[in-house]
Design a binder for this molecule. Structure first.
Ligand SMILES: [Ca+2]
Length: 297
């Protein structure tokens, strides 16, 4: 096979941004009950009250079936998600978020609830997996303390929670207090780490039209993706009668489209699609070849 000779000038760089339903620069609603935070590579359950909405019978804590459960029962529910007992959105590595991860959802510029609008959220308390480091209950013993008076049972350990009315972090006892017989129940919002390919492109094609070329591409998944560039190259030396065979996959619906009207009919153009992630990593796809002409529709 002879090498394809062409010289081309990068005459145009087009910045096209994702048309995904983005409500925040970092949050991508996956449309399946999950939201991905592309700034942290974390996927969150979108539901504000997962237990109540998915499997209310699980909750026998306090007021049954309201979705407010103890810390341990919240973890048990997530274990059930990963086991396939409860809705898991196709993933089995859900976990309770750390307090830092919970805080990453807080929008301190608003309240009731203080969270990005990508998430429905009750203005209530949500568990984290981080225990309160300041929980060290040491009885104070003085010379005046009668023997045995310091022998109180330790209060339950505390987990740090975010109160989404105002976004503040507060400690909450993980289980019932043996002394005051009071239990504390909170909501859960499971999280998982997103791994794998930065972007999975399912199709990319250049459709020739009359005096324009329509570029269409679709992605199956995007992680950490800032957007796209399109590079166009003009073939100035045609060396064969047949167009260079395209190897693009079939179109499975067009999530993206860009119309290039900076073209002349009967000229052949090459198109490259480049995705650019937040770390500056670029991956180029293509080329796709198009020859706009009058009879193209
Ligand atoms: Ca409850």
């Amino acid at each position: 096979m002879k090498p394809i000779k062409f010289s081309y000038a990068f005459s145009l760089v087009l910045f096209v941004f994702s048309f995904c339903p983005i409500t925040h620069a970092a949050f991508v609603d996956n449309g399946d009950g999950t939201v991905t935070d592309t700034s942290t590579n974390l996927m969150w359950v979108k539901s504000q009250n997962l237990i109540n909405e998915d499997h209310p019978a699980f909750d026998n804590d306090g007021i049954p079936q309201d979705g407010l459960v103890t810390w341990q029962h919240a973890k048990d529910f997530i274990t059930g998600m990963n086991a396939g007992t409860y809705t898991n959105y196709g993933h089995t590595n859900w976990r309770m978020p750390t307090i830092q991860e919970m805080q990453s959802l807080v929008d301190y510029n608003t309240f009731n609830p203080s969270i990005d609008p990508a998430f429905p959220c009750l203005p209530q308390i949500y568990w984290s997996d981080t225990l309160n480091p300041e929980w060290l209950w040491t009885p104070v013993v003085t010379s005046a303390t009668p023997a045995g008076d310091y022998d109180y049972p330790l209060p339950p350990e505390e987990a740090l929670c975010v109160h989404f009315y105002n976004g503040l972090t507060i400690p909450v006892q993980k289980e019932a207090d043996a002394v005051i017989q009071k239990s504390y129940f909170s909501y859960i919002r499971p999280v998982r780490n997103v791994e794998g390919t930065m972007i999975k492109l399912s199709s990319f094609k250049a459709v020739p039209k009359n005096r324009k070329v329509v570029l269409q591409w679709a992605t199956e998944a995007e992680v950490d993706n800032a957007g796209f560039n399109i590079y166009k190259a003009e073939v100035v030396e045609k060396i064969n009668q047949q167009l260079i065979p395209a190897t693009g996959s079939p179109v499975s619906g067009a999530d993206y489209q860009f119309v290039d009207e900076e073209v002349k009919n009967r000229k052949t153009y090459l198109y490259f699609l480049e995705d650019l992630d937040f770390n500056g990593q670029k991956t180029r796809h293509g080329p796709e070849i198009a020859t706009p002409r009058l009879l193209s529709r």
